[in-house]
Design a protein around this ligand. Structure first.
Ligand code: 13P
Length: 256
C-alpha cells in the first residue's frame, strides 16, 4: 500500500484554548473520511493537554514544536520528552527555521534534540532549509547537506528510517511566496540522496514534507510534485475551512 500523505499543522505561537476548541468544532464538522492523509496538529505547549482531549476518538495525532535533550531539571522554558508523552504527543518538530534564526538553535542542538526524541519514542519532524542569500549564492544543496549530516550525526539507520523531514526554504515561510515546483523537486531529491549517505536504508519511503506558504490555492500544484510526501503548514492551518480544503484536495488528488 502507498503510504499516507502527511499533513502537519504548525500553529507556532497561536491558538488559546478557546480558539483550539472553536477550530476543532469547525474542523470536525467539515472533514469527511480521509484514508490517504495523516493529519498532525502541532499546537503550542500550553494547548497540548487540551488538544489531546479534543482529539480523542479521532485519527488525528498530536505533535509538539520542540523538545529538550535532558530528562528534567533547571532548564527554564524547556520541555522534556516525558512531559510531551504524558500529553499523548507522538511527533515533534525540531530545528524549525524560526528556532534557528530567532532562538539560536544550531545543527548541533537539533541533533541533540532529535536523539532525545528518538530514544523516547517520539517521531521527529526535522526542518531544514536555506535562506534567500544562500539560494542566491548557489549554496542551497550544500546547506541542506550540512544541516542533515550534522543533524543526523550518530543517529543509526533504523532511527533515520523512522523520521519525517520537512524542507522549508526560509524565504518562503510566511511570505506568500511559495518555492517553484522545480526548486522543491530538486531540493527533495537532494535530501533523499543525503539521507542515504547518512545511513538510511530505505530513503525512498521516508516522508519529506514541503513547507512555506502552502495554502488552499496552491496545493494542487504541489500535489503534482512526486518527491513531495506531504506538507508542514503554518498560516493556512489556522483557518479550519482552508486547512480542510487542503486535506480534501489531497484526498481527491490521490483518488483520481
Ligand atoms: P507558512 O505556511 O505560514 O508559510 O509557515 C510554514 C512553516 O513555517 C511551517 O512550519
Amino acid at each position: 500500500m502507498k503510504s499516507q500523505y502527511v499533513i502537519a499543522a504548525n500553529w507556532k505561537m497561536n491558538m488559546t484554548l478557546e480558539e483550539c476548541e472553536e477550530f476543532l468544532d469547525k474542523f470536525k464538522n467539515l472533514l469527511l473520511d480521509i484514508p490517504e492523509s495523516k493529519v498532525i496538529f502541532c499546537p503550542p505547549f500550553s494547548a497540548l493537554f487540551t488538544m489531546n482531549v479534543l482529539l480523542e476518538g479521532t485519527s488525528y495525532v498530536l505533535g509538539a514544536q520542540n523538545v529538550y535533550w535532558e530528562d528534567k531539571g533547571a532548564f527554564t522554558g524547556e520541555v522534556s520528552a516525558e512531559m510531551l508523552i504524558s500529553c499523548n504527543v507522538s511527533h515533534v518538530i525540531i530545528g524549525h527555521s524560526e528556532r534557528r534564526q530567532l532562538f539560536g538553535e544550531t545543527n548541533e542542538t537539533v541533533n541533540k534534540r532529535t536523539m532525545k526524541a528518538l530514544s523516547s519514542g517520539l517521531t521527529p519532524i526535522m526542518c531544514i532549509g536555506e535562506t534567500i542569500e544562500q539560494r542566491n549564492n548557489d549554496e542551497t544543496l550544500a546547506i541542506l547537506r550540512e544541516q542533515l549530516m550534522v543533524g543526523l550525526n550518530e543517529i543509526n539507520s533504523e532511527n533515520i528510517n523512522k523520521m519525517i523531514f520537512a524542507y522549508e526554504p526560509v524565504w518562503a515561510i510566511g511570505t506568500g511566496e511559495r518555492a517553484e515546483p522545480n526548486q522543491i523537486a530538486e531540493a527533495h531529491h537532494a535530501i533523499r540522496n543525503v539521507l542515504t549517505d547518512a545511513g538510511a536504508t530505505d530513503a525512498a519511503s521516508i516522508p519529506i514534507l514541503y513547507g512555506g506558504s502552502v495554502n488552499g490555492n496552491n496545493v494542487k500544484e504541489l500535489l503534482k510534485i512526486k518527491e513531495v510526501n506531504g506538507y508542514l503548514i503554518g498560516g493556512a492551518s489556522l483557518d479550519a475551512k482552508e486547512f480542510v480544503s487542503i486535506i480534501h484536495q489531497t484526498e481527491n488528488h490521490i483518488k483520481e
